[in-house]
Design a protein around this ligand. Structure first.
Ligand code: SIN
Ligand code: CO
Length: 382
């Protein structure tokens, strides 16, 4: 098992005792950690059109909160107050491929659960207020100090007059100061309140848990898309009824059967749908097709040398599901039937030696998938 827990406990202990159950503070989980971005680089990213950024301001004396949504511009940074604000950028790993190195330290949790890397920068007093999140998160202090207060029990009423969901009555059950390298794991729905004690940066590695209502509606939509639009409710045996406004038992029975027949959860369609659903890119920035498309496998092999690398685009999400002896490979919401060995080779690491990969592929279907992923920009050649 290559992935270890960043700290003194084993992955097994973490999963059994803490994951989705209770908070865990690990001192010095990442000794000597450097933030993947400097404060200036983070501000630069926050100004890019396709970045997801915001600044949260708190006016302490008045108890007011205010959010400035990105994309931000230079003027937004020119007259910031000395204290009490936080710059937050989400989906950082999609824009900064190197940031995935930190992200990758959490691959003891399956890739389909990983959501994004958020980086925050705050001067003294910066905070987003006490709140809860619906997701699991690892909060890693990369620079300066942040005080974290948490409580499992909380009153969920929120402050009025702000679009932020800030708990109105927060009291701390535990209170820690995190130094660079320290990490706090929080399962969903724990009230937490982080305040920068001095200029500080925090990385949040967040996990996605699809809502049941979203999964049911998306699955039903997927099933509905496969039903012939011409098929309709039919009642050639209709009998006259006493009360015209009544929806009679025969109609109800027929409707129940029609819907139940279409909504049965069949394993094959479920796994294909779930892989496509989980690998969809939701951040709005998608892989870009390369300048020069490749039409044959020979063209591909001819365009690299001994130490060329084939790398996953940082904008793409790669997953697979075993299917009999083969695999369904999912990339950015599309599924491909491939050999199991090929699916593992493409997903185990984000980078792979091009020569070795090409030599290991022994069938035409995998070759075509490789060409398609390259032409879609999901795989890059370096
Ligand atoms: C922060 O980094 O300031 C906030 C992170 C969080 O509370 O989820
Ligand atoms: Co939070």
């Amino acid at each position: 098992m290559p992935y270890t827990f960043p700290g003194d406990i084993s992955v097994e202990t973490f999963l059994q005792e803490y994951w989705q159950k209770k908070p865990l503070l690990i001192r010095n989980a990442f000794p000597g950690i450097q933030s993947p971005l400097t404060p200036d680089e983070l501000a630069g990213l926050a100004c890019e059109d396709d970045a997801n950024s915001r600044i949260v301001f708190e006016q302490h004396e008045l108890g007011h909160w205010h959010v400035l949504h990105g994309p931000l511009n230079e003027d937004d940074f020119s007259d910031l107050p000395k204290k009490n604000w936080t710059l937050l950028v989400t989906d950082v790993e999609k824009h900064v491929p190197e940031a995935r190195d930190l992200f990758d330290r959490f691959r003891f949790i399956p890739d389909w659960r990983i959501d994004d890397l958020m980086i925050s920068y705050a001067p003294e007093g910066g905070s987003v207020g006490p709140h809860t999140d619906a997701y699991d998160v690892f909060l890693i202090q990369t620079y300066g100090q942040r005080r974290w207060m948490i409580n499992q029990d909380y009153n969920d009423s929120c402050l009025d007059g702000t679009e932020l969901r800030i708990l109105e009555h927060f009291t701390a059950a535990e209170d820690w100061t995190l130094d660079p390298g320290d990490m706090l794991y929080l399962p969903p729905n724990i009230a937490h309140y982080g305040i920068a004690l001095n200029e500080c940066m925090t990385c949040s590695v967040g996990f996605r848990a699809p809502s049941i209502s979203n999964m049911v509606s998306e699955y039903a939509e997927h099933m509905a898309a496969a039903i012939d639009q011409e098929l309709r409710y039919e009642d050639p045996d209709l009998m006259r009824q006493q009360n015209p406004a009544e929806i009679g038992p025969d109609a109800l029975k027929r409707i129940r059967t029609l819907i139940a027949e279409q909504l049965t959860v069949d394993d094959d369609s479920l796994l294909r749908w779930f892989g496509e659903f989980s690998s969809e890119v939701r951040s709005g920035t998608h892989a870009q097709t390369p300048d020069r498309l490749i039409s044959t496998y020979k063209d591909l092999s001819a365009s690299f040398h001994n130490d060329s690398i084939i790398a996953q685009s940082s904008l793409s999400k790669f997953l697979f599901i075993r299917h009999n002896d083969d695999a369904l490979l999912f990339v950015d919401g599309t599924s491909y039937m491939t050999s199991l060995a090929f699916a593992i080779a493409l997903t185990d690491n984000r980078e792979i030696n091009a020569q070795q990969l090409v030599e290991s592929i022994d069938n035409e279907a995998d070759r075509q998938v490789l060409i398609e992923l390259y032409n879609n920009g999901c795989l890059l050649l370096r």
